[in-house]
Design a protein around this ligand. Structure first.
Ligand SMILES: *Cc1c(COP(=O)(O)O)cnc(C)c1O
Length: 360
């Protein structure tokens, strides 16, 4: 007899990108690069580091439960009220808060079948039913999602751009979709990679929140902002939704150093510009190299590329590991012959291509 709840027993845990230290330890390697978790390869902003140093002596105190200063800054940068913003211990925590706040026992959630794994895992942890619609040409298929909506649907999770494919839904597509989402269904738009976008038909979700009260926009400091290790994400929605979520989150969910570092990074325009540039340049280099190798990939608007390696992705991942290059196999996503690589620095990208050639 198991003491564990039934819904927990059947969950496959989230498999994270393999850490650098672990790889060094296990394989006895000195030089390891990680291109597995879509992090910023340049490190954190120097302004974030300075803010952390300045505040280190304060860590005997609880952090500000309301993220007052950070919230004010983020709200100002988005041109919304502080009451429209809620922070989480990464957007991962907010996914959980959203499910707990809005989905009743007998209600369901919809997302795509090949997307950020946390939506399904968190739905299952909370014992909520989740329906998934297949992608179409590696892209969210909004028609297929629409067909899954029933009377008991409460939430729809859409990652835009999508992870692990790097594809995006246009302003036009989202606008048309919103017209058909019932007003008692909340559409969560997870724009973790929005900061890398260099196309001009990406949705202006903040503007849509002015029209639709059933949208939650999620963003994170983990990717372009270079703060994955500190865990800060946030959501933007109408006050009614945000104030309900405030009741559910942990009171001290965002730690003190994370709050000051995030606020300082927001100010570091130079760092953000450079971070975006590194991704755009690296992407072109990787596209060219992959073409040269005759490998198919999915064009990406984010800081990672999904590549069809033409054979078992897990074995390619393991072989590359031996040469000190950590990528992500896509087995958990159901993409057997694919790997996902995060765009790194010039040197890292070159090493990735060199090792990939060797392994294939
Ligand atoms: C990386 C990522 C996040 C960010 O998660 P954090 O918990 O904020 O680090 C959220 N959504 C998607 C789709 C992601 O790929």
């Amino acid at each position: 007899m198991s003491l564990v709840r039934k819904n927990i027993q059947n969950i496959t845990p989230y498999i994270a990108g393999k850490p650098i230290e672990e790889t060094k330890r296990e394989l006895g390697l000195k030089e390891v690069i990680k291109l597995a978790s879509n992090e910023n390869p340049l490190g954190p902003s120097p302004k974030a580091l300075a803010a952390i140093r300045k505040n280190l002596s304060q860590i005997n105190r609880y952090p500000d439960s309301n993220c007052f200063y950070l919230k004010k800054k983020v709200a100002k940068s988005l041109n919304v009220k502080p009451a429209n913003v809620i922070f989480g211990n990464g957007s991962d925590e907010l996914i959980d808060v959203i499910v707990k706040t809005f989905v009743e026992d007998d209600e369901n959630i919809i997302t795509a079948d090949t997307t950020f794994l946390e939506y399904a895992i968190i739905a299952k942890v909370n014992n909520r039913q989740i329906f998934t619609a297949p992608l179409k040409y590696f892209k969210y298929d909004l028609e297929a999602i629409k067909k899954k909506i029933n009377k008991k649907t409460k939430l729809i999770f859409i990652a835009n751009p999508n992870n692990p494919t790097g594809t995006y839904l246009t302003a036009h597509e989202i606008r048309d979709f919103l017209k058909e989402v019932p007003e008692n269904v909340i559409l969560v738009l997870d724009e973790a990679y929005e900061t890398f976008i260099d196309v001009n038909d990406f949705p202006d979700t903040l503007r849509q929140i002015g029209t639709y009260k059933n949208i939650i926009l999620m963003k994170t400091f983990s990717k372009v902002f270079g703060m994955a290790g500190l865990r800060v994400g946030y959501a933007v929605a109408v006050e009614e939704l945000v104030s309900a979520m405030e009741k559910v989150r942990q009171p001290f969910n965002v730690n003190l150093l994370a709050q000051v570092a995030a606020a300082a990074t927001l100010d570091d325009k130079k760092f953000l510009k450079k971070s975006r540039q590194v991704v755009l340049q690296g992407k072109n280099y990787l596209y060219d190299s992959l073409k040269e190798m005759g490998l198919a990939y999915v064009p990406s608007v984010a800081n990672f590329i999904l590549i069809d390696v033409g054979k078992d992705g897990v074995s390619v991942f393991k072989e590359m590991l031996k040469y000190g290059v950590i990528v992500r196999d896509m087995k958990q996503y159901g993409l057997k012959n694919f790997i996902r690589v995060t765009i790194g620095t010039k040197k890292e990208n070159e090493r990735f291509i060199k090792v990939l050639k060797k392994v294939l």
